[in-house]
Ligand binder design. Structure first.
Ligand code: FEO
Length: 596
């Protein structure tokens, strides 16, 4: 096989192998790739597995066309590629072995020889001139052993990628590349995502026409597709939306629950549901799909007060391979002392950035009404996004979406001619930049609205995350008509004579009203900026930050009624009147939620 005018394939296919690396089923065999580069000097790229010595040496002889190899480049010392180094050197004793320092140490360990008199030690950034072809060496530690080098031929723009971009199955197998490449990648290199990312960064600087790995086909077209998949796999992002359900079942009750869940997920719009019976499936396929899809459900039986053995193996394999950044649902079964959910969570604690679904299904022997409802709740939780994305299932009138608009929080200061005033708003936005125009919307019920309408000026104080709840109490929940909000502080003044806050702000803007828009309950002031100062580098207080970190949790325990999401005011009663206005913050009934 010819890769380019000067590069020939000399690898071998292994169709008899039962388990690759002693553990992975390879129904379509395996290839051990080797290449020959013909130039003024000749180079052989890697050897092959021990069982193919003569077939490979025959291939080499043919590819060399009667020439002698000047260099043997050893990119990787795992025996599927290095086993024939010694045999090769017996046939071609004049050849110089080119490899990394670590690889020569390994040769000494494997063969009792490190070719000290015929070797060239290379590392990151080193080059080797063959004539028109120059080989550039790229260190690729842990992809998949520490000594690994990749090699870039800058003439033909071929990246010899060692184990990277390899796959199970011989190159002539008619099958999609991704499935067996994924199972290979997750199984062999999956743990070393950071190291793969490092190599991808180096590859991004290369002009690559072909990728020549040590297993599987040479990749020559649409390279972005393969590089993108490697980027996804090595950064542990989900490749596709969907749910993998991995289960074990002794008498079929857990299996029945799994099937029921799969039906529910399908009905709720889950784009793909894949089920694995861990006692019977190829475990490496289940592991690869757990990495492939965005969500994973684990269903298993309690066994010896622990997890059923196949599930334990599955979870430990996931953890060993760096499984992370996924949503995981749990179903446990136990007839008298269910322990599986706890056991599974203990193993999953070794995986980073998992979101464990809050609805855990506890089956006592067989599904009943209670565990059936838990299964329904788990399906809802797993499919909430899918349901919201689909026109048929979405709630199209969910006004809580408005809470997801990003707001900052501000104190707007003004002066009625007698005293300074201030109120909290979240409705400040920049409208244009040339000139700078800023809109501030204020509830007409607030005294500040009245004052600003009369005076035409205001200061917007941008609160920083340092602002405590007392600032919100001081400016938020009472009227400046009846209270002097600056009574206890010595305010600072901007050029327009208005106050700006001496603490807890990162900047302020002095605004002059140019236009007013009446919006029934509120008025919008459209303003130009007359002064703008940055006070500190502290981050701006957002509405979300306020909700999560500043606002005290309302004391709802033992109370029945509704709580204001803005200020925490509690309305006790069975029904909240539609026209209810919060006496503290003046927000309406829409901003209340029932006490859970
Ligand atoms: Fe294909 Fe890591 O050896």
């Amino acid at each position: 096989m010819t890769i380019s005018n000067d590069i020939r394939y000399a690898g071998v296919n292994d169709r008899l192998i039962d388990l690759f690396e002693g553990q992975y089923k390879v129904p379509n065999g395996m290839s051990y790739n080797s290449y020959v580069i013909l130039d003024r000097k000749t180079a052989v790229m890697d050897t092959v597995d021990a069982r193919f010595t003569h077939e490979w040496l025959d291939n080499l002889e043919k590819a060399l066309g009667g020439r002698k190899p000047d260099y043997l480049v050893v990119q990787h010392m795992e025996p599927d590629h290095s086993a024939n180094i010694l045999n090769f050197m017996k046939v071609y004793p004049e050849t110089v072995v080119v490899s990394s320092k670590k690889a020569f140490d390994m040769m000494q360990n494997f063969f009792g020889a490190d070719f000290a008199d015929r070797r060239l030690v290379v590392g990151e950034g080193d080059t080797l001139e063959l004539g028109e072809h120059t080989l550039h060496f790229i260190a690729a530690p842990m992809v998949h052993w520490p000594e690994v080098l990749m090699t870039y031929d800058s003439k033909d723009r071929v990246l010899f990628s060692a184990d990277g971009f390899g796959k199970f199955g011989t190159p002539d197998t008619q099958e999609p590349w991704a499935d067996e490449a994924r199972r290979y990648y997750i199984g062999i290199v999956g743990k070393y995502g950071v190291q793969v990312q490092n190599v991808l960064k180096k590859a991004a600087n290369l002009d690559i026409a072909a990728i020549a790995p040590l297993h599987g086909p040479v990749l020559t077209e649409n390279l972005g597709y393969y590089l993108n998949l490697y980027d996804i796999w090595s950064s542990y992002r989900a490749e596709e939306e969907g749910v993998v359900i991995a289960y074990t079942s002794v008498y079929g009750h857990t299996r029945a629950a799994v099937q029921k869940l799969a039906d529910k997920l399908g009905a709720k719009g889950c784009p793909r549901v894949v089920i694995y019976d861990l006692a019977r499936c190829d475990m490496s396929a289940a592991v690869a799909d757990a990495f492939r899809y965005s969500r994973l459900v684990l269903a298993t039986t309690t066994y010896n007060a622990e997890i059923f053995p196949f599930m334990r193996t599955f979870l430990e394999t996931l953890a060993e391979h760096g499984f992370k950044k996924r949503t995981v649902g749990l179903i446990e079964n136990g007839s008298w002392a269910p322990m599986a959910a706890k056991g599974m969570q203990a193993v999953l604690a070794n995986c980073k950035d998992l979101t464990i679904c809050k609805n855990i299904v506890h089956i006592k022997s067989a599904l009943n009404e209670e565990s059936g409802a838990q299964l329904e709740a788990l399906a809802d939780e797993l499919c909430a996004e899918y349901e919201a994305q689909r026109g048929e299932t979405a709630n199209k009138n969910d006004l809580t979406a408005l809470f997801n608009i990003g707001y900052g929080l501000y104190v707007v200061t003004s002066n009625d001619g007698v005293k300074d005033n201030g109120l909290i708003v979240n409705t400040v936005s920049q409208l244009t930049s040339q000139p700078n125009r800023v809109a501030v919307t204020i509830n007409k019920a607030n005294y500040s609205h009245h004052v600003i309408q009369k005076t035409g000026i205001m200061n917007v104080n941008c609160l920083s995350v340092e602002a405590p709840f007392s600032v919100f109490e001081a400016f938020g929940f009472r009227s400046g008509r009846s209270v002097d909000k600056f009574k206890d502080c010595t305010p600072l003044r901007s050029d327009n004579g208005l106050v700006f806050l001496p603490r807890y702000i990162n900047s302020f803007l002095s605004l002059k009203v140019e236009q007013y828009i009446d919006m029934d309950t509120h008025g919008m002031f459209i303003c130009t900026v007359t002064e703008a100062r940055v006070i500190s580098k502290a981050e701006t207080m957002t509405y979300t930050y306020y909700q999560n970190h500043v606002k005290p949790r309302p004391q709802t325990e033992g109370k029945k009624g509704f709580v204001c999401k803005i200020c925490g005011y509690i309305y006790e009663g069975d029904e909240l009147p539609e026209d209810f206005i919060c006496p503290l913050c003046k927000h309406g009934a829409a901003d209340f939620e029932p006490i859970a």
